[in-house]
Design a binder for this molecule. Structure first.
Ligand code: ZN
Length: 266
């Protein structure tokens, strides 16, 4: 439990409105004093700041219906479990909150360029930036064309490594590992690839390392929602996560190429 977690907890309890910046300044400590002030039996005033912070986190977890154990400012098994429990619930709530009409453009999508102006934003296709990002995966993925081979990371454009990492972490937190794998969201069909768009003459978004394909076998290029596996309702939370991170799903936007999402608007 670091200071950011505690700030998130205090903010979830409505006690803190400052930045989630990991800096336990006066605003954070004022919120800590409010929540601990409600704990009559806890001698928190005698504790050092770091222990007060943890105790405040425990008090919020208790308030939000989790079970952190005693409010003692010491991190044990119960506290960590309550924190994980709360964090996965928070991700679930965020995913449900952002349920939106298919292919509505969210604010985060506005942070990425339109497909016809990607070179201005990302630089030259095939340039060094296009493979300078590393996405560390939360669970091993399988290579679509060689399912016996597992990967724990892949390369992408340096500007999309963070949102991609977040997408897969949030998706695994939402579904759980077993369901994530059952849905074949771990079947990796590639990211960076210097090539033309299939059936076209302009370059594919893969040539910038800003597109990802998943489970191509069951989501073939021309298949619509009547055939594509990823058009099923079970995948809606995944696409919500993808869109909330600013990426665009071709399946949701155009009802084709359901394997593919990209950090460029259409
Ligand atoms: Zn693709």
């Amino acid at each position: 439990m670091d200071v950011r977690d505690i700030q998130r907890l205090l903010s979830a309890a409505g006690l803190y409105k400052g930045a989630i910046d990991g800096d336990a300044g006066p605003l954070t400590m004022a919120a800590v004093a409010v929540i601990l002030g409600r704990q009559d039996a806890v001698p928190w005033k005698a504790w050092p700041k770091t222990r007060q912070l943890i105790a405040a986190g425990q008090a919020v977890l208790l308030l939000l219906g989790h079970e952190p154990g005693r409010i003692d400012g010491l991190i044990g098994h119960n506290t960590l479990e309550a924190l994980t429990d709360w964090a996965s619930g928070a991700i679930r709530a965020a995913v449900e909150r952002i349920l939106q009409p298919a292919h509505a453009v969210s604010d985060t999508q506005g942070a990425y360029p339109r497909q016809d102006t990607v070179a201005t934003f990302y630089g030259a296709a095939g340039g060094p930036d296009c493979t300078a990002g590393v996405v560390t995966l939360p669970v091993p993925f399988r290579i679509a064309w060689d399912l016996g081979q597992a990967v724990s990371s892949f390369r992408c454009h340096k500007l999309v490594a963070d949102p991609l990492t977040r997408i897969f972490r949030q998706a695994v937190a939402h579904y759980g590992v077993t369901e994530f794998e059952r849905l074949k969201l771990n079947v990796f069909g590639g990211c960076y690839n210097y090539r033309k768009m299939r059936g076209g003459s302009s370059l594919s978004m893969h040539a910038w390392g800003i597109a990802v394909d998943l489970d191509p076998e069951r989501n073939q290029l021309r298949w619509g929602r009547d055939r594509a596996a990823f058009a099923a309702a079970a995948y809606a939370p995944f696409w919500n996560i993808v869109e909330a991170a600013g990426a665009t799903s071709l399946g949701r936007a155009c009802n084709k190429d359901w394997m593919h999402f990209q950090f460029a608007r259409l």
